[in-house]
Design a protein around this ligand. Structure first.
Ligand SMILES: *Cc1c(COP(=O)(O)O)cnc(C)c1O
Length: 390
């Protein structure tokens, strides 16, 4: 399941370069191109930077995205520097006054307003016209959530405004300098294409009625991200074609409206690999454990989500003859890292044909919410090296 060029690179890495993050920028370019091509013209693609903000990745995506969704002053400054001139949408709860000033200074194209207080701050700070979307927390319609999905909409959360709260934001403060272009909602993650289209339809219908009731022109609806990524099936992909068709149908009922989607995980997860080697293999009370160099302080994804992370074994020769080689054959094995905590687990009881000390292991789907969400300094092991394959 590993791309041959990634496997070749992983095999060539010097021992001192492990663990390593290997990002296949050609695969990322291909994935992003497929996504863009599947979306109708009136759907803008924004990349949610929090999934992976590495400069190489932001630049590789630049030809395919309309802009970037940022969620902090840090991301804002970073993306402006790395891809100057790209449109930015600034969302996220708890924006500070300093961050809002920075956003105005750097001229972000959109602010997604999370609360009435934030809106009042913006109204007071804005000197030039500023376009914003009200982020709303709408109930997700029944029957659209599959078991893997994480619902944020319709429940108490720190995100966005309740429908009533959105209504009480109008008319907007700021003497006309802040302009309401539309509505933003990011209601769930892990939804398949059919469910995503249903959620987008629900948001757009609500936004249309809201605009009608309050007498403003609905120019734009941002339907969020959260397109499903299934770590149990590295080959399955979110059905962007079906999603694109669904959104085309949806747009046909809304003349002049621009939709925006802001996926993160589904864009960059597949292009990244975390490669390391097996330090030791042992049995504990009848179960096999492979201890790998590095750990979930480099790739927190499986610990954060509680899943078995998909991997490929890359057999390596050259073990010293004089020393017995720890190994398992045709046996379930639990892959762990070097941290002194029982939570440092990549995958549990996975049957392998063979796994030996000195072999390399390449974890797939490590391009999103991996290095950048991890607790790097815990135990002070050396950091991984980073490789970007053109
Ligand atoms: C995290 C986030 C996204 C991206 O979600 P993915 O699951 O990575 O696609 C999009 N919009 C908002 C507001 C977010 O918080």
């Amino acid at each position: 399941m590993i791309e041959p060029r990634v496997a070749a690179h992983a095999g060539r890495l010097a021992p001192g370069q492990l663990p390593a993050y290997v990002h296949d920028l050609a695969a990322l370019d291909r994935d992003a191109r497929v996504i863009r091509a599947a979306l109708p013209e009136r759907v803008e693609l924004y990349y949610a930077v929090k999934a992976n903000p590495a400069p190489e990745i932001l630049r590789a995506l630049a030809p395919h995205v309309h802009g970037y969704e940022v969620s902090s002053g840090g991301e804002l400054t970073h993306v402006r520097r790395v891809v100057p001139g790209s449109p930015l949408a600034f969302g996220g709860p708890g924006k500070t006054e300093e961050e809002l000033r920075l956003a105005l200074e750097l001229g972000v194209e959109r602010v997604h307003v999370e609360s009435a207080h934030e809106l009042r701050l913006l109204g007071a700070l804005a000197r030039a016209p500023l376009d914003l979307l009200l982020r709303v927390n709408l109930p997700v319609p029944d029957g659209h959530m599959d078991r893997a999905a994480l619902a944020m909409g319709g429940r108490p959360t720190p995100f966005g405004l309740d429908p009533d709260g959105a209504a009480s934001c109008l008319p907007l403060p700021g003497g006309g300098r802040v302009r309401l272009r539309g509505i933003h909602a990011h209601l769930a993650s892990g939804l398949d294409a059919r469910a995503q289209v249903a959620v987008a339809r629900h948001i757009t219908t609500w936004a249309g009625e809201f605009a009608g009731r309050h007498g403003f022109d609905l120019a734009e609806v941002n339907v969020g991200g959260g397109m499903a990524v299934d770590y149990a099936s590295p080959h399955a992909r979110f059905d962007w074609q079906a999603y694109g068709r669904g959104l085309r149908g949806l747009l046909s009922g809304h003349e002049g409206l621009t939709l925006r989607a802001e996926p993160g995980r589904s864009v960059t997860a597949y292009g990244g690999w975390y490669v390391t080697d097996v330090l030791d293999i042992k049995h504990s009370h009848g179960e096999a454990f492979a201890v790998l160099r590095g750990g979930t302080h480099h790739m927190r994804t499986p610990a954060a989500r509680g899943h078995d992370h998909p991997f490929t074994v890359l057999p390596m020769e050259g073990w010293p003859r004089a020393r017995p080689r720890p190994a398992v054959h045709r046996e379930p094995v639990t892959l762990v890292g070097q941290l002194c905590t029982p939570r440092d687990v990549f995958a549990r009881r996975i049957e392998v044909t063979a796994l030996r000390a000195g072999d390399r292991v390449a974890f797939a789907m490590a391009g999103a919410y991996a290095w950048n969400i991890s607790h790097h300094d815990f135990l002070m092991h050396p950091p991984p090296t980073f490789h970007y394959l053109e």
